[in-house]
Design a binder for this molecule. Sequence first.
Ligand SMILES: Cc1cc2nc3c(=O)[nH]c(=O)nc-3n(C[C@H](O)[C@H](O)[C@H](O)COP(=O)(O)O)c2cc1C
Length: 204
Amino acid sequence: MKEIKLIGISGSLRSASFNTAVLTAVLRNLPSGVSAGIADISPLPFYNEELDDADQPEAVLALREKILLADGIVFCSPEYNGGVPGVLKNAIDWLSRPMHGSVFRGKHALIISASPSAVGGARMQAQLRCDLSACELRVLARPQVVVGQAHMKMIDGVFSDDKTLAFAAKAVADLVMEIRIYQAGLAALGMGVPNAASDRLHAR
Ligand SMILES: Cc1cc2nc3c(=O)[nH]c(=O)nc-3n(C[C@H](O)[C@H](O)[C@H](O)COP(=O)(O)O)c2cc1C
């Protein structure tokens, strides 16, 4: 069976981020036939349509290429003031263009949120789901992986809550299954994964 490639994106730039720690722990525990890496969104400039031309910034090209080569994306983000942190929304805006031909097309996504609060960033999840669906990403319907009181589940900077990790592993397995079903369906129809961005990126 073809290897499935996942890319993790953290919505926090903090070096001691709980969300990056959760993402790292989740992507360390993958089903067989699945590989993963974490993309760094910190070098991205603020989105400016004038920069999004033939001469796109190197950080943008590098991130777009990573997503293009992936089958699925695992987002793990804090909630800022009840919503999606600006740095994550900025990355999504870069990845969403060009409309109907972005690297997001045909990709699947899983949303995780973590917070020291008891509700674990759940309000952010609703917004992020809406943002990602607008970019033609296929967001896994369930389960919602919400990590409350994340600060109490860390040991020496490593996210270490076995119960949460087992739950998240099931969500990743569901994501991989969705990807495999989607790709098998396209193959049965004699179609490839639709992505108009590939020519543009690979031509550089
Ligand atoms: C600007 C800002 C807004 C925040 N708003 C929320 C919020 O709405 N809900 C919440 O649960 N935590 C909120 N927090 C607290 C974050 O959950 C906490 O700082 C968390 O550790 C950030 O995630 P990280 O550890 O991955 O960086 C906020 C923090 C900041 C800096």
